[in-house]
Design a protein around this ligand. Sequence first.
Ligand code: ATP
Ligand code: MG
Ligand code: MG
Length: 559
Amino acid sequence: HGTTPPNFIKNIITEDLKSGKVNKVITRFPPEPNGYLHIGHAKAIWVNFTLADEFGGRTNLRFDDTNPLKEDVEYVNSIKEDVKWLGFEWEELHFASDYFEEMYNRAVLLIKKGKAYVDDQTAEQIRETRGTLTEPGSNSAFRERSVEENLDLFTRMRAGEFKNGEKVLRAKIDMTSPNINLRDPVIYRISHAKHHNTGDAWCIYPMYAFAHPLEDAIEGVTHSLCTIEFEDQRPFYDWVIAETEMSAEPHQYEFGRLNVETMVTSKRKLKLLVDEGYVDGWDDPRMPTISGLRRRGYTPEAIKNFVFEAGISKAQGTVDLAMLEHFIREDLKMKAPRTMAVLDPLKVVITNYPEGQSEMLEAENNSENPEMGNREIPFSREIYIEREDFMENPPSKYFRLFPGNEVRLKHAYFIKCNDVIKDAEGNVVEIHCTYDPETKSGTGFTGRKVKGTIHWVDAASAVPAEFRLYEPLISSADEEEELDGEETAKVEAKTFLDQVNPNSLEIVKGFVEPELAEAKPHDKFQFFRHGYFNVDPKVSKPGAPVFNRIVSLKSSFQL
Ligand code: ATP
Ligand code: MG
Ligand code: MG
């Protein structure tokens, strides 16, 4: 999709262009480099890039790096990689930290205009005097400091004369405003910390709510698109643009977050999963990160079709995971070769097949896409089938292999079960069958019919492989609503670890067709009955392939 479906932001942009309020649409995707991007960010990326593009506009990638404690170049690099992988090209690459000097000057301007003051209250005192939804806040004792004193103190804050938390700079607006965000919000704080980009140049940092509108204005962003939790921040956004006398006038518009059933979309919680060792890094195939989805085997097309379907509106709901799975099946249906893998092997000896002999059988690569051609697969006296495809005492309606029954081997022959070999404990270890050469696949044999078809691999040439099967990491993910910089949810994040599914990863060992020995990272296959799989880019080795199950074949999802 090169466009977005009909939506309210598109209507606004159309109007803005028509009225001449805007000549060229400029948007930005503004991640904070404090973690890897997740499926929710894929929506924000798609919204920003696609909306600008469909109006001939452009989109910047901007790192909102105003909090040195949490940010890192590792995150910067992963974010760039993920945006590119999704197929988007940014026009300009910026770091909010490149604007620190300009932001500082705008803060000084506010002080000079009597619109900002240095407050000595602690963070706790500031929180306590902020009031509530029903009660107004109260003025700080430091609110009436003179412009000269404020300028002096702010200069000394920058010079490093004070410790963390000793002073802050606050906008001077209205402590009785019905909108709590306008009750003299903090706009600068002291943080003696090394910044990934500016190093030790600064020990004061702008707060997100002050920095963001300035970043947008500096870059000439016309439509600043963000998620709905920022709605109450919009009046302050507009206040900053007006009072700092920026020449450009960006406007903020909010759309609903994307929440996906069982997927955690809080970077803080995802980081906890990584830090506490619940997963093998940010790109663990169970993670709802872009890198995790990529390693799992999702494609950019599937992700983009998914966010398109989820749409752009103000409504926030939780989308079924089944919808995301639907789009990866759709994308791989015609592209992925369909081959045979046995995940839980049971040996079958075909007693009437000559020992030491083998043959090559012709198999189509994708029954729905003849363009994918054919391959040859070896067949000989011993094969592996799926353990669940044999039952000694089957219930009625079981059409697979059981003593006396005949089934079709996919791409090969009919075989009939004659004997069951057991070990001392009575476990079935081997099945003895006979095959009928007349029934060879592709020869048009119609002599008799069988009800079951099962898959198999040739024991002599099959390649041992590892399969990683997944269940959701979290049984049900809460919708995320916290604002940036809010630390109140910290405790809640810890208890969320209790919801981690201990059975989210199952590793099984089996066999694949010999061709797959040399499968390359990110090669994708449909294994009959088991679903779609991706060759793991980290642990798979030539000769010892490892396959991540992207999704099973079954689907109850209807568009
Ligand atoms: P955190 O979990 O640390 O609060 P964040 O979700 O705020 O992270 P940012 O890096 O600030 O992450 O997000 C960049 C952009 O992505 C923002 O504009 C944000 O609104 C958007 N975004 C984040 N999560 C979602 C989501 N679930 N759905 C849609 N957009 C999202
Ligand atoms: Mg954020
Ligand atoms: Mg956030």
